[in-house]
Design a protein around this ligand. Structure first.
Ligand SMILES: Cc1cc2nc3c(=O)[nH]c(=O)nc-3n(C[C@H](O)[C@H](O)[C@H](O)COP(=O)(O)O)c2cc1C
Length: 202
């Protein structure tokens, strides 16, 4: 069952949502999944999407001399990344499970910055084999906590992701669509300061 604030955004101005494709390897499933996320979010409406493919962003391994809390960035790639993340109201990370953890490219992108992430809502779409990426999500939680990001719940989990990809297109189940819709509603509610704890899980 969905409650009204669970079904999508109602803000007057679009919410700037950054969708991050967490995997970067050739032939990755992540791009197909993230393109579905993008398409569905566009259909729901109310979001201004910044689609970040970490393979294209191509950040080096974190190479800033100072801790990101100082925000004294030396490199142009960091300044550009910081501006882009600072402009977002919320995030949706699409991440695989690798060896019971999440994507190292996502970790690298997260580690570059600190305050730019802080206090903002984040939704997670995870995938992998049997566990649907849930162990990767468990490994990601302490990092989100260190960055003071607020998870919105209703994570979308995709077991055996390759079985749902046909000719490069991800074919979601009804439940996955429902959970993504609910997650978008929660991100929307969070950006309006509405507590998401009142929302109903199914
Ligand atoms: C290095 C590596 C480690 C993996 N480890 C796990 C794992 O621990 N658990 C799991 O469910 N799937 C695991 N898988 C399967 C991946 O989740 C699956 O191949 C997925 O498609 C990877 O995402 P990507 O295609 O976007 O890179 C692993 C895959 C790779 C390449």
């Amino acid at each position: 069952m969905l409650e009204s604030s669970d079904t999508g955004p109602s803000n007057s101005r679009p919410i700037r949502l950054m969708v991050v494709v967490g995997s970067v390897r050739p032939g990755r499933a992540g791009l197909s999944v993230a393109l579905w996320v993008h398409e569905h979010t566009t259909q729901v409406g109310g979001f201004d999407i910044d689609f970040v493919d970490l393979a294209e962003l191509n950040l080096p391994f974190m190479n800033e001399p100072k801790h990101p809390k100082f925000q004294e960035y030396r490199y142009r790639h960091t300044i550009a990344w910081a501006e882009r993340v600072a402009a977002a109201d919320g995030f949706l990370f699409v991440t695989p499970e690798y060896n019971y953890s999440y994507s190292p490219a996502l970790k690298n992108a997260l580690d570059y910055l600190h305050y730019e992430w802080a206090g903002k809502p984040v939704g997670l779409v995870s995938y992998g084999g049997l566990a649907g990426g849930t162990r990767g999500v468990a490994a990601l939680q302490p990092v989100l906590s260190a960055l003071k990001m607020s998870g919105v719940g209703s994570n979308v989990e995709i077991p055996y992701v390759s079985r749902q990809i046909d000719d490069g297109f991800f074919q979601p189940s009804e439940r996955q669509v429902e959970k993504l819709t609910r997650m978008l509603g929660r991100i929307s509610a969070s950006t309006q300061g509405t507590p998401s704890g009142v929302l109903v899980e199914v």
